[in-house]
Design a protein around this ligand. Structure first.
Ligand code: NAP
Length: 640
């Protein structure tokens, strides 16, 4: 797999070929491409303004009007081709403003600088550091250790490589890719469109709108190969301890591999260990007595054949929603133990392939790939945040936290209800009694409800009392017998950086400071008392209603690399976030999370820790995270 879309230098085809492929064009993308290529912004007619709903920009046109638009664009494109004018590079800020506001309306304006960074051709990488260690601190002995080679560790590694800063990556697994290496359950796929769930510096022509897990894993491997990251990574090496040494002003790390333990040191340590990777199997009494087969979704046993078997699934989260339909195809009897349920996000193209015409346009129509991505990046960077903000005057309830939130609830219900009109008994298990955004929303194209309606599938709402040698016993005394139990019960998400033993200044133990599952950090990255330590995908950096983790990891890496520049340029040994900066930031985060559906609602979710505090979510918009991570505010840190 090559990760790159090549930049298309000119349009080389006859009108009939172009006309044929334009039948598969996405209309908003096509109009934005024509406007940019020709510089004729008048093509963005108000009548042709796209309709943005549920994070997707669609044409909102009848088939006849779409046909008219395709023909109109064909004429503009053939005139552009015949003019032999050069293909313009990135849009100017005026063009981006005109195109962005046509697509999204004025709400997009604050996002445009962020969007401009995403809209780059294959050769560009505007987020690459604009400095090099040899220019700012030539000869200084300085080393960075990155722990983890998932998507975030890979981004950090690339940025340090580009800046010429010596670094090593330790990875406990045998390859890059993190969650995409570990999760191999059937049906696993991304739930962000593939073209958005891609590194800004490594575009790919995907085969699927929402790529299956193995395709994402191959992409991660290809990026690591093409960017020369593999040679910097020590695989099968787990960092077990990290200790800040005041005398040397360096981190002392203990690494364990097959050969034993090794001590290494570094000036800076970056934890890029992910957080949804330590499977949580609930402590249900009797679980060790079960005589059938049992495993967690993230530790799928591919030797087990469930065909014709009696299968239990505990959990209905994002993982379960993907593997239950696969189990249901051949299991004799499948019972889903559903404690609470999640809202669905209507996504008709969830299982669609990228059409040949679309691939042709991406490869042959200049700048189409740029605007194809833009048509996703713009609506999804804005996302649904405004729909999950609590309106204290509404007044908020467990059903809806604002009028907007209630409207979203009604829109999604209107999409779901016809699907189970023939099974009114499913209403209670399908329509959640929590607000939209209270828990993780799950993308769906109708598969979930049609699976639950199968004769061999049933939902059990009775709480589980115990696991017995033969199956699962509910609190009402009913015992269900099974051959296989699959735990779709999620991860120890709030136990950030566990089980690494981390001590900072004066022997301060990080997990004591964080009281086991109450992690806090400034921008999810830095903690007072732990100099030169940075986290990626740290506390309160999860984004659940907009953007992607890849985009946020790129922002985070920009900040960390800028922090290292600061250390090198200023000849400093260490930097440590000031306690008052950390405190006031975290107060703001907690306060805002209390006014989001996930913090307001009492529903269970992995967003909260054992005390009910939201440890996962970033409550503000993507622009705020981008602005704050663009460069380090020197006065936020104590430098020594
Ligand atoms: P999860 O969302 O935490 O879901 C765990 C499920 O197990 C919930 O339904 C939970 O019920 C249930 N559960 C936990 N303990 C239980 C108990 N003692 N008894 C009965 N039920 C119990 O875990 P996940 O599905 O693995 O997903 C975690 C996150 O990973 C997702 O939200 C998402 O961010 C990510 N993910 C992403 C993708 C993707 O992008 N394609 C796919 C999979 C996962 P309650 O809800 O009632 O607590």
């Amino acid at each position: 797999m090559s990760t790159y879309n090549t930049t298309v230098a000119s349009l080389e085809c006859d009108d009939e070929t172009l006309r044929g492929h334009l039948q598969g064009a996405d209309i908003p993308t096509l109009l934005m491409t024509v406007a940019h290529l020709t510089g004729e912004l008048d093509v963005l007619k108000p009548d042709w303004k796209p309709v943005v709903a549920m994070g997707v920009a669609g044409s909102g046109m009848s088939a006849e009007v779409e046909a008219e638009v395709r023909e109109f664009c064909l004429h503009r494109l053939s005139a552009f081709r015949d003019s032999r004018l050069p293909v313009p590079a990135r849009p100017t800020s005026d063009q981006l403003h005109a195109i962005g506001t046509w697509l999204m309306g004025p709400d997009i304006e604050p996002y445009l600088p962020l969007i401009a960074e995403e809209l780059v051709t294959a050769e560009e990488d505007p987020r690459a550091p604009r400095w090099h260690k040899e220019h700012v601190a030539a000869g200084r002995d300085f080393k960075v250790v990155i722990i983890g080679a998932g998507e975030s560790g890979m981004i950090a590694a690339l940025r340090f490589k580009q800046a010429g800063v010596p670094f090593v990556v330790y990875e406990k697994g045998a390859d890059v890719g993190g969650t995409w290496r570990e999760n191999t359950y059937p049906g696993c796929r991304i739930d962000i469109n593939s073209f958005f769930y891609s590194f800004s510096f490594a575009r790919s022509t995907w085969d699927d709108c929402f790529a299956p897990g193995p395709q994402v894993f191959s992409y991660m491997q290809a990026v690591a190969r093409e960017k020369g990251l593999y040679e910097h990574i020590q695989f099968n090496t787990e960092v077990t301890d990290a200790h800040w040494d005041e005398d040397s002003q360096r981190w002392q790390l203990l690494c364990r591999d097959n050969a034993g333990q090794t001590r290494v040191d570094s000036n800076v340590v970056v934890f890029a260990v992910g957080q949804l990777n330590r499977p949580m199997i609930p402590a249900i009494p009797g679980k060790e007595t079960f005589q059938g087969t049992a495993f967690h979704s993230a530790q799928w046993d591919h030797n087990v054949d469930w065909s014709g078997k009696r299968v239990a699934v505990i959990g209905t989260g994002a993982s379960a929603a993907q593997f239950i339909p696969q189990l249901a195809k051949t299991a004799a009897d499948l019972k889903v133990f559903a404690r609470t349920t999640n809202w669905l996000l209507p996504t008709p193209d969830l299982h669609e392939k990228i059409s040949d015409s679309c691939k042709w346009l991406l490869a042959n129509l200049p700048n189409y790939s740029l605007w194809y991505r833009a048509a996703m990046v713009m609506p999804q960077s804005v996302g649904f945040l405004e729909d999950v903000v609590v309106d204290v005057n509404y007044p908020p309830t467990e059903v809806a936290v604002s009028a907007r939130n209630d409207q979203l609830r009604r829109d999604i219900s209107a999409w779901m209800e016809p699907q189970f009109a023939d099974r009114p008994d499913l209403r209670d298990v399908l329509i959640p009694d929590s607000p939209v955004g209270g828990k993780r929303i799950i993308r769906d194209n109708g598969t979930w409800i049609s699976t639950l309606k199968r004769d061999n599938v049933s939902m059990i709402r009775q709480p589980i009392d115990a696991i017995t040698p033969n199956g699962i016993c509910c609190v009402d005394g009913t015992e269900h017998e099974f051959d296989l139990i699959v735990y779709g019960t999620g991860f120890h998400a709030s136990k950030f950086l566990m089980p690494i033993n981390i001590t900072g200044r004066d022997g301060l133990a990080l997990h004591e400071v964080w009281k086991d599952d109450d992690a806090r950090a400034y921008m999810g990255m830095t903690v007072p008392g732990f100099p030169n330590m940075f986290c990626m995908y740290g506390p309160n950096t999860g984004l659940v209603v907009y953007s992607t983790i890849i985009q946020f990891s790129e922002f985070t890496a920009t900040y960390i690399v800028d922090a290292v520049r600061l250390l090198l340029e200023g000849g400093h040994q260490s930097m440590e976030i000031k306690p008052q900066v950390f405190e006031s930031y975290n107060q703001r985060v907690d306060q805002a999370n209390g006014l989001r559906a996930w913090g307001f609602s009492r529903v269970n979710s992995w967003y909260k820790n054992s005390k009910g505090r939201v440890t996962q979510n970033f409550p503000f918009n993507a622009v705020e995270f981008w602005r704050r991570t663009h460069e380090v505010e020197v006065t936020d840190y104590r430098l020594s």
